[in-house]
Write a protein that binds this ligand. Sequence first.
Ligand SMILES: [Zn+2]
Length: 501
Amino acid sequence: MKKQAIIVGLDGGTFTLIDEFIKEGELPFFAYLKENGVFSRMRSVDQQTRVPISPTIWTSLATGKRAEKHNIKSFFNLQQDIKSARLFEIFNHYGYTVGNFGWELTWPPEDYGAFNIPCNMARDNSTIPSKASPVQEMRKRSKKKGLNIISNASLFLRLFNLGVGINSLLKTSMDVLRKGDKRTRQFNNLINGSSVNFQVFRHLYKEFKPDIAFYFIPITDSGAHYFWKYYDEKNFPDIDAEKRKKYGDFLRKIYIEADRQLKKIFEMNEDALLFVISDHGMQPIMEGSFETISLRAKKFLEIAQIENKVELYHVGLNCVINVKEKSGIDSKFLYNFFKSIKINTLNKQFFEIVEMDNTGRIFLKVLQKDKGDYDNADFDSLEVRIGGNVCKFTELVELNDLERSADHDEWGIFMHYSKECKKKGKLDDSEIYDFLPTLLSAMDLPSAEDFDGKSLIVTDSGGLKNIPTYDFLVKHTPAEKESDDSYVKDELKRLGYMKDE
Ligand SMILES: [Zn+2]
């Protein structure tokens, strides 16, 4: 009989927290997996870039290869830049259907024989099947203004038809989220959003019964970034008692929600091989809060008078700008225009990064505070010169206090359970490149000689002959030439992962 597999991506999942919460008796299903399956710390740092960048890591997990082979090196890469076959194409090649919910770099969605809900960097709401698009719509709307059940009645109805319960819809509605302070709202938002996603995934899984399914849980990453310090008294002794009492449980509850979803996923198909993987781990950082500056895109395009000529989308703090067809402007011209925009009062460039790639896409980011460029200037007094116009700095930007108390580290997780897996317990440390070879061997399919990893488990198919490569399956037209990666290097230096040359 054909085997089936379900892969759960636990963003930023770390044994540091899992083991702690298991000890407290809070994660029964994770405990079950550790006891009855195999697990390993999975090292995520890419050997070349030495920094955990999600699109790079997820593409390594999907291809079994390092970044220099698969070609995804930055947040700005697109699906068509990938030069190696991913698990989607490989399983399709052997006649397996694949359902995806949230794998990085899956926009625009391609048809792998079941459903495909693109990652959270998707630039529009397209999904396969298209009736699933409300889940993307919800994600975008709730980020901006929250959701009101009355004004979003049609969206709620469509989510209901995708299997989302009334209770979840009510909880997701703005009226409930408005209660409480910023941290509490953030927490409710994460939990409720994740629960809606999960219900849609389960609905699609039952409808399509894919041979291979992937489901992404992002809240373990955001939850750790925001709430670690309230939970961890040892590393953060200065948090005041009232806050600790109020928020101290949030991170734990996020893992409990992940545990609950995992158990339900397992119960959906107990014969399927279950994999739980993360793209990196998390660790506490002591620097405390840091403030970032993001562009108010709509206002900026309006003042620059290019709102009808370009499309702009955010990737975190960074913006990507595409010149629309027949707009009559040249991207080279635009690139120089962005470079010429100055913060008058400081006589500094408004955009700290302005890069253009060989397809004419422009990447930019507002000058940040961390290198001391603002020199403690009063933001209200700053002015920006855009061409012939002068406007207030605060009109163009938004200040965000991220108040992060944890950041990514290189040790992610790998967990695997199947009825037939004889081995149990802890395996040697592994690497992200090992995931695809492991998945293939567990499914009794051959590995490829150009993989950078090896299978972590021994199966009956151990004698299968490797094939040289799966890359003949790559459908996308590869980029014409290597894109300039100085932007990435710049980012790495900023993040402290790379020293100035
Ligand atoms: Zn993160």
